[in-house]
Ligand binder design. Structure first.
Ligand SMILES: C[S@@+](CC[C@H](N)C(=O)[O-])C[C@H]1O[C@@H](n2cnc3c(N)ncnc32)[C@H](O)[C@@H]1O
Length: 286
């Protein structure tokens, strides 16, 4: 395959990043891999087609009530409210009170707060009765969860029989960065998924976890994101914080830390930086 053909394949199957994100402002003190509203708002731009696809899979147009679990600052609850005016009730839950407040503010700004309620709650203990919702959604939540099976059980419990459960998750195992230090690149990718996040390998584990809970016919879509913008990649991968943590935990040594960062600078200068990652969307009928 020549390079022209491979570019076309990325164009068809991948989503190109544009250089929209240049600032990472992480608040690492909250929990592993915590990201703030600013990060999520900017990331939402590159996730837009994936988000839209997930709303369609939820069949929100024919639902009466929908829940978005780990709703963050309400980017999806408010967008869904605007896209589906016939949807009566949209509930967002998040265990971070600040996110819940930000989500409420966004709903007011977008003038859709009459049909949305954001609530402080954990996915492990959803404050709703069984068979409550027509559509259940979670995006980039499972990477933060230490007990993913319990979260899935709760999601299935609150979903009505015949309703849609849609989960969007980053497959951190698929993060790939062009670099001369291939062995270190693989090690850092593993460190990020296994240590820096609670559950960075969550995406590839979800099909088996759903099957174990009796959910059949899980439909899986995979979107490839690509970037030639190393600022963007640094933001997406929480690179600076991850490198500091890896050094602090002696996962890499000071020379590796320095060489890696130098390599990145060189790839930036020579415009040879290139990375890819897969985002998976799981859809099933409960
Ligand atoms: C990466 S953010 C994604 C936010 C939103 N789904 C989006 O796509 O913009 C993950 C969110 O999950 C929330 N979260 C993490 N663990 C949670 C738990 N156990 N219960 C509820 N929410 C949780 C975090 O507070 C955060 O807002």
């Amino acid at each position: 395959m020549n390079s022209h053909q491979s570019n076309i394949i990325f164009f068809v199957y991948g989503l190109s990043f544009s250089p929209i994100i240049h600032q990472a402002d992480f608040m690492m003190n909250k929990n592993k891999g915590y990201v703030n509203q600013d990060y999520l708002s900017q990331a939402a731009q590159m996730f837009a087609p994936i988000k839209t696809g997930s709303y369609e899979k939820l069949q929100a147009q024919s639902a009466q009530s929908l829940i978005d679990i780990g709703c963050g600052p309400g980017i999806d609850t408010t967008t869904i409210a605007q896209l589906y005016p016939e949807l009566n009730e949209i509930i967002g839950v998040d265990f971070d009170k600040e996110m819940v407040q930000q989500a409420d503010t966004l709903a007011k700004q977008k003038e859709c707060s009459d049909r949305i309620r954001h609530q402080h709650a954990s996915t492990y203990e959803l404050p709703f009765p069984d068979n409550r919702f027509d559509a259940v959604r979670a995006e980039r939540l499972f990477m933060h969860l230490e007990k993913p099976e319990l979260a899935l059980k709760e999601m299935i419990r609150v979903a009505k029989p015949g309703s849609k459960l849609v989960i969007v998750e980053t497959d951190w195992a698929s993060m790939s960065v062009n670099n001369n230090m291939d062995e270190l690149e693989r090690r850092l990718s593993h460190y990020f998924a296994s240590e820096f996040l609670h559950n960075g390998y969550s995406a590839r584990r979800l099909p088996a976890q759903l099957t174990a809970l009796g959910v059949k016919d899980v439909d899986i879509d995979i979107s490839s994101l690509q970037s030639r913008d190393h600022h963007l990649w640094q933001l997406l991968s929480q690179h600076a914080a991850m490198m500091d943590k890896a050094l602090e935990n002696s996962f890499i040594n000071p020379k590796e830390y320095q060489d890696w960062n130098q390599q990145l600078e060189e790839s930036k200068a020579s415009e040879s930086f290139f990375s890819t990652i897969n985002i998976m969307t799981f859809c099933c009928t409960i």
